[in-house]
Design a protein around this ligand. Structure first.
Ligand SMILES: NC(=O)c1ccc[n+]([C@@H]2O[C@H](COP(=O)([O-])OP(=O)(O)OC[C@H]3O[C@@H](n4cnc5c(N)ncnc54)[C@H](O)[C@@H]3O)[C@@H](O)[C@H]2O)c1
Length: 352
């Protein structure tokens, strides 16, 4: 890794090989935790966010923050001057909603990625880390999903994520910029926006139960997922920004050792809150993948990936965070582009 940014002094020691990072979506859940860790290591962090999601107070002190939209390519070019590594985390990460707001979500995932990667190449950035999603896999004949499977995304969110990967790969190979594709899945932890009715199942359930309200479960609740605590995602993500991660790799990030159903998730949260659970069941959402779990084998091998925070511990820290900030009414901040008999009543009739 070229030392374009020189050395930094911390109280404890001299940190060698400090770099300048640019993080899109730095007011978001994942971007803010990543920024915090990189700052602790003595690196310089520049970040942008348009506050379509996230919270302004997520942005760690020390980040050179710019209120900017990734679709503004000229601004991206300006902000990335002298940057060594770009993490593109910004997105409207609304998978379920994407069949009802496809234009917004495709722009936000695909359009924004093209803008950011193009600006990075124009600035001769050394390495680009693209945040994709397990939605790229869609429904596969077997679980857990492995990186060698042919992606079969089945909603505009997954399609845009996979298309964005292909464009990053294409442009980086043509123009010689290092790149790695991170495929995280179902991350939990503090700082996740919990008044968003369109995503973040664990946060929604906690916000509802703290208001004495029953959680709403789509379908029979037997969909299988595995959840990763944010710190366990940040560690391998940081490695992806260094030479430790081979160029051009697609790597799943998340546990494969604790798979639970949505019913079990609700029961676990209710137990932690001492809440009498009687979930409300609603029809399943269109295109929702029933069994979605990823293999972490490649991440273990290449990035020393480990699960260090058990699910209950992660949920406890989320409960603490939401309790401290206070439960909030849900904010329907995204307009539905398509309303039909397939649109969940939770969104059409604003039931949360
Ligand atoms: N959280 C998960 O479980 C999960 C799982 C798989 C993939 N991912 C991916 O990881 C990334 C981060 O997810 P997150 O959970 O932190 O989401 P988040 O919503 O908390 O953070 C995303 C941030 O991006 C910002 N943003 C959106 N569009 C923007 C734009 N055009 N310009 C500037 N800022 C913009 C939002 O305001 C928000 O602060 C996303 O790319 C998401 O698709 C997340």
């Amino acid at each position: 890794m070229a030392k374009r940014s020189g050395y930094a002094y911390t109280k404890q020691h001299i940190v060698k090989d400090t770099r300048t990072y640019f993080i899109t979506g730095v007011a978001g859940f994942l971007g803010s935790h990543l920024a915090e860790d990189l700052l602790k290591e003595g690196h310089r962090v520049i970040g942008c966010d348009n506050l379509a999601g996230g919270y302004l107070d997520n942005v760690p002190v020390g980040v050179e923050f710019h209120m900017a939209d990734c679709l503004d390519r000229a601004k991206m070019v300006e902000l990335m001057r002298g940057v060594d590594v770009v993490y593109h985390t910004a997105a409207h990460a609304h998978e379920g909603l994407s069949v009802f707001a496809p234009y917004l979500i495709t722009q936000s995932i695909y359009g924004a990625t093209v803008s950011v990667v193009s600006a990075a190449i124009a600035n001769k950035v050394k390495r680009f880390v693209q945040c994709s999603s397990m939605a790229r896999y869609g429904t596969q004949p077997t679980v857990p999903f492995t990186e060698d499977m042919l992606p079969l995304p089945q909603d505009p969110y997954g399609i845009a994520k996979y298309a964005a990967e292909l464009t990053v790969r294409n442009l980086c190979e043509v123009h010689g910029m290092e790149y790695v594709i991170a495929v995280p899945h179902n991350i939990i932890g503090p700082r996740q926006r919990y008044e968003d009715p369109f995503r973040n199942v664990a946060s929604i359930m906690i916000n509802l139960m703290l208001q004495g309200r029953q959680p709403i479960i789509y379908g029979d609740g037997e969909q299988m997922r595995s959840f990763s605590f944010v710190d366990d995602v940040v560690a391998p993500l940081k490695r992806m920004g260094t030479d430790a991660a081979p160029v051009g790799e697609v790597i799943n990030i998340g546990p494969d050792d604790h798979v639970i159903t949505i019913n079990e998730l609700a029961a676990t949260i209710a137990k932690l809150l001492d809440f009498k659970l009687v979930p409300i069941y609603m029809p399943g959402r269109p295109q929702e993948v029933r069994h979605a779990t990823c293999s972490a084998e490649k991440a273990r091998k290449l990035l020393d990936y480990k699960t260090t925070v058990p699910l209950e511990e992660g949920l406890k820290s989320m409960i603490e965070y939401i309790r401290t900030r206070g439960p909030k009414p849900f904010l329907y901040h995204i307009d539905l582009e398509i309303v039909s008999d397939k649109t969940p009543r939770t969104w059409k009739d604003r039931l949360f």
